[in-house]
Ligand binder design. Structure first.
Ligand code: PRP
Ligand code: URA
Length: 212
């Protein structure tokens, strides 16, 4: 593994505005879900910005031409259940041919360790770029576990996409998987004693599904 991959903060005004709407504890379940979906679309635009292109020959109604298309196999979107699913529809609206890998993990509230309960992914992960999706990067136990699982199934080209990151989570993820670049809309102050991001937005999965 070479060096430490980058952390990119997506400072687009629409993303920042929508993140503020999500942080507001008065946001309804319906509003939270809808805005997360919208941010997923905007993050998909940013995280795919440097995908390699190849040239193909096509025929326009006027003449033949050489034109760019995205090289290689379709992307894999890998949401970490449950909250990662909040990004999925928005991202799929921009990359509708993407494959989807579901990674079922929950964070034990006492130990903060990630517990696996489901995994289903395309068999040819080694040939595809995999975007791992989770709004929250707190201790990074979930992100590390998800990337471990995807690597065990062959994934080699991974990117991690979140909404909010804690400095502790970024440091941990980069220490375990230094080649995986991170996209986030914000890096918050710290984790509290319960492993929640401060100031954060609370429990993303509960706010998305109204389960608190
Ligand atoms: C939340 C969140 C991340 C994880 C982040 O999931 O969606 O997956 O916590 O915390 P970490 O970086 O400390 O691992 P949670 O376990 O609450 O499950 P849920 O999405 O089903 O609510
Ligand atoms: N998971 C969440 O949903 N929120 C946090 O602040 C930390 C972990």
């Amino acid at each position: 593994m070479q060096g430490t991959a980058s952390v990119r903060v997506v400072d687009h005004p629409l993303v920042q505005h929508k993140l503020t709407l999500l942080r507001d504890k008065a946001r309804s379940t319906k509003g939270f879900r809808q805005i997360l979906n919208e941010i997923g679309m905007l993050l998909a635009y940013e995280v795919t910005r440097d995908l390699p292109l190849e040239t193909v020959t096509i025929e326009t109604p006027i003449q033949a031409m050489e034109a760019p298309q995205i090289a290689g196999k379709k992307l894999v979107l890998a949401p970490i259940l449950r909250a990662g699913v909040g990004f999925l529809d928005g991202m799929l609206s921009l990359v509708p041919s993407a494959r989807v890998a579901h990674v079922g993990l929950y964070r034990d509230p006492d130990t903060l360790q990630a517990v696996e309960y489901y995994f289903k992914a395309p068999s040819d992960l080694a040939d595809r770029t995999v975007l791992v999706l989770d709004p929250m990067l707190a201790t990074a136990n979930s992100a590390v576990a998800a990337i471990d699982l995807l690597k065990q199934r062959g994934a080699r080209d991974l990117r991690f996409v979140c909404l909010l990151a804690a400095p502790e989570g970024i440091a941990r993820l980069q220490s375990v998987h230094p080649e995986v670049p991170v996209w986030t809309a914000a890096i918050d102050s710290h984790l509290n004693d319960h492993g929640y991001i401060v100031p954060g937005l609370g429990d993303a999965g509960d706010r998305m599904y109204g389960t608190r």
